[in-house]
Write a protein that binds this ligand. Structure first.
Ligand SMILES: Cc1cc2nc3c(=O)[nH]c(=O)nc-3n(C[C@H](O)[C@H](O)[C@H](O)COP(=O)(O)O)c2cc1C
Length: 171
């Protein structure tokens, strides 16, 4: 798929079928992340945590539910959840890097006919709670930056999304 078509086709998917993601597709998605631009090329500051077993995703969802904040399944029952984790350094730059990593993964997923959704809120829930950081295998010095869920959309051939545009000034 042409890159511009892929950009326009991507939209948040929050309803997934139970079909798993193939290892081949996962590899392509991770490779897209590895090719993201990162401020000062500090790739080694980031870690991707791929959770691809339903039991593990549901166990983490259950622990998050115990925190009593999110009421719905935080990962929308997606077959794959990928967290971006980092040792916080320059907060705003970390957020920009994370956006680049996740957008690359979402665009790769779209080009493969998969659906995805960027998840920030869940990272805030996790970061305030050491037992949730531990559940992700993260030590205290790491933070969950955001996550992306990826899977086969339940609804195929979603109509293109009409977007409002963004105020733009050309000087
Ligand atoms: C930085 C960022 C954080 C987001 N966090 C969440 C989130 O926590 N939960 C969620 O359901 N969607 C989240 N989204 C998805 C947005 O709601 C979605 O991208 C937006 O409504 C535009 O819709 P679209 O993705 O279909 O184009 C996030 C998106 C971005 C870029």
């Amino acid at each position: 798929m042409d890159i511009l078509d892929t950009i326009k086709k991507r939209q948040s998917v929050r309803d997934f079928s139970e079909e798993k993601i193939s290892e081949e597709h996962l590899k392509i998605i991770l490779d897209a992340a590895y090719h993201a631009p990162i401020g000062r090329a500090a790739y080694n500051r980031y870690e991707l945590i791929v959770i691809k077993h339903k039991e593990k995703i549901d166990a983490l969802a259950q622990k998050i539910a115990e925190a009593g904040i999110l009421t719905k399944h935080p990962f929308f029952h997606a077959p794959i959840v990928i967290f971006v984790a980092a040792k916080p350094n320059r907060e705003r730059l970390d957020g920009c890097d994370t956006g680049c990593l996740i957008e690359n993964m979402m665009l790769a997923a779209t080009s493969l006919g998969l659906g995805s959704c960027f998840l920030y809120t869940v990272s805030e829930v996790i970061n305030g709670r050491p037992f949730l950081l531990q559940a992700l295998g993260l030590s205290d010095e790491y933070r969950a930056m955001s996550a992306v869920v990826i899977g086969h959309p339940k609804e195929k051939d979603l109509p293109p999304k009409v977007r409002p545009g963004i105020a733009t000034r050309v000087l």
